[in-house]
Design a binder for this molecule. Structure first.
Ligand code: TYD
Length: 235
């Protein structure tokens, strides 16, 4: 098998992660606009979703039906479904875009499964890493922005019509484990992560992300050369 391509000869793969209510959708759109303004081709997508199948799976995964269904959904079942949507998105959208030199910005990716189904719901991280490896054929983000904020603040920000099964049916302790899980993952891979304080005003967060992404992209393709590790921006 050929050595994996580096961002020098394909598009950058940037993911935006974090607990609920951190503003991932807004910030992903702001980042897209920033990158387009600086002359890049950008494809913006999200998980679960981004393909016909993925959007159908999203409806099923986020619907608040667990109590109506009689039994809570097994977290490993959730992990399989998120990874099914992920596989379709990688094959249909992300890889072709990257190979065409397009930068891909994706709101949530495999770190969300580690944080929610792993740290949050207790599925062994090794099993989740194996599943994600199969689903993505080993594709990993070049850069991940972690929008971090206290759990209560995030949940308060969500509009009532935008509350998913995970927010409605999992308690605060679950969401605290998710947040701590994201921070633990970021500590393990400081070269990939930029941790941003999502409690700051929207424009300020967008500015911090734009600067971080510009810095990494300008820094070139070899992630191990990027100095500084996990930058905790303004907080
Ligand atoms: P979404 O609306 O994308 O996120 P947010 O609420 O932050 O705007 O909802 C996706 C939900 O699915 C969110 O609660 C996290 C959860 N999720 C997982 O539990 N595992 C996963 O692998 C992914 C991608 C999402």
């Amino acid at each position: 098998m050929a050595a994996p391509a580096t961002p020098a000869d394909r598009g950058w793969f940037v993911t935006i992660e974090g607990p609920d209510g951190g503003g991932k959708t807004t910030q992903a759109e702001r980042l897209r606009a920033h990158l387009v303004a600086s002359g890049r081709r950008v494809h913006l997508t999200r998980e679960p979703g981004g393909t016909w199948l993925g959007e159908r799976l999203r409806e099923v995964l986020l619907a608040r039906t667990a109590s109506a269904a009689g039994a809570p959904t097994d977290p490993l079942t959730d992990a399989f479904l998120f990874n099914a949507a992920r596989r379709q998105l990688v094959g249909e959208v992300i890889r072709p875009a990257l190979e065409a030199g397009t930068t891909v910005v994706c709101a949530r990716f495999a770190d969300s499964t580690l944080a929610y189904q792993g740290y949050g719901a207790g599925v062994a991280l090794e099993r989740l890493r194996a599943l994600a490896g199969i689903a993505t054929d080993g594709l990993r983000p070049d850069l991940t922005i972690l929008l971090d904020l206290p759990v209560e603040a995030g949940l308060e920000r969500k509009a009532p019509g935008d509350v998913t099964r995970f927010e409605a049916e999992f308690d605060l302790e679950f969401h605290r484990r998710v947040r701590d899980g994201f921070l633990a993952i970021a500590r393990e891979e400081p070269g990939r992560f930029v941790v941003v304080d999502a409690a700051l005003p929207v424009d300020e967060v967008a500015g911090v992300i734009a600067a971080a992404v510009d810095g990494r992209i300008a820094g070139g393709g070899d992630q191990s050369d990027v100095p500084g590790g996990a930058a905790t921006a303004a907080g």
